[in-house]
Write a protein that binds this ligand. Sequence first.
Ligand SMILES: [Zn+2]
Length: 112
Amino acid sequence: MPTAKDHTIVHTALDDVDASIRAQKLEENGIPTLKLGGTSGVAFGMIPAPEALHIELWVHNDQLETANQLMESFDEARGQSPASQWSCGCGEQNPKTFDVCWKCGATFGKSA
Ligand SMILES: [Zn+2]
């Protein structure tokens, strides 16, 4: 159990998958990561509140700055995934599956 004195939460993950991916990324970069919380801490038969399943990733204070940068670059990489909608020059929102605005007929990617 880390103490709040020399360890800091670098990220609170919403699920096991998110926690595992991030912890792996940190440890690949030489930062030992402690995972606290999640289903492992839930008593059998209990229905936990969603926030009880959050998993805290703790790193040593000496590595916090590097860890924060890694988490930022991780989020940026994620943010580059395409949005599910595109907005047309006429102001309409179209699903990514549409190449042409359903309202004015403009083609996606070309300014009207
Ligand atoms: Zn349009």
